[in-house]
Write a protein that binds this ligand. Structure first.
Ligand SMILES: [Zn+2]
Length: 210
């Protein structure tokens, strides 16, 4: 099923957005990857896979194949969530590499290649190198996800990977703000809720002091 609510992309890191593909934006938990259609829709929203590849996978896949792939994506997500939960707040070290072996195994399956493509007229160089991949099987749909997780561990300073401070919120984000003072997944979802709660608390204590 495709969720009527758009997926969340607020982590400032696609690898963390992938972890945030299960969340409780209001009251009810939503898993955007709950089945094959959900996975395809999430990949499309993340712009991980070209639309025409998504359409052809839908037609070519044997029944149940993409649903099974969604189950794999969910296991990958929860395995990687454990890694992020353990390591967030500190820089990664070379010793952590062994834990990432399952991700390396997945990355090795990539049939990626570079292609020279024309640049737009306004660019200074006529061509640029575009990274593409062969989408030979539905499993290839997991590769852009693996790539985003790999970018996260290679490029992100884990000292600034944080969990939202909302009491019931499960969302993770990379804090790229100056001073690294970001506390909330978003103001709309948790920041305002916290502000209102603090305001109510102040009113209560003013009344009880009066
Ligand atoms: Zn939150």
């Amino acid at each position: 099923m495709t969720q009527p609510i758009p997926a969340l992309f607020l982590a400032d890191s696609l690898g963390l957005d992938f972890l945030n593909s299960v969340a409780t934006p209001v009251d009810t938990p939503i898993d955007w990857l709950e089945d094959g259609e959900g996975l395809l829709s999430w990949l499309q929203q993340a712009r991980f896979v070209p639309d025409e590849v998504i359409s052809s996978m839908r037609v070519r896949a044997i029944p149940g194949e993409i649903d099974r792939l969604a189950a794999q994506a969910r296991s990958l997500r929860e395995w990687f969530r454990a890694f992020v939960k353990e390591h967030k707040g500190h820089r990664l070290t070379a010793a952590d590499l062994s834990e990432l072996e399952p991700l390396n195994q997945l990355l090795k399956r990539d049939e990626g290649f570079d292609e020279i493509v024309a640049n737009g007229n306004d660019e200074s160089a006529a061509f640029r190198l575009l990274r593409s991949r062969r989408w030979t099987s539905p499993e290839a749909l997991l590769l852009p996800i693996a790539e985003s997780l790999a970018h996260l561990v290679c490029e992100e300073d884990f000292s600034h990977v944080k969990a939202c401070e909302g009491p019931t919120c499960t969302l993770l984000f990379a804090d790229h703000t100056r001073g690294h003072a970001r506390r909330w997944c978003s103001m709309a979802m948790c920041g305002n809720r916290a502000k209102q709660a603090a305001h109510r608390q102040r009113l209560k204590s003013t009344r009880s002091n009066a």
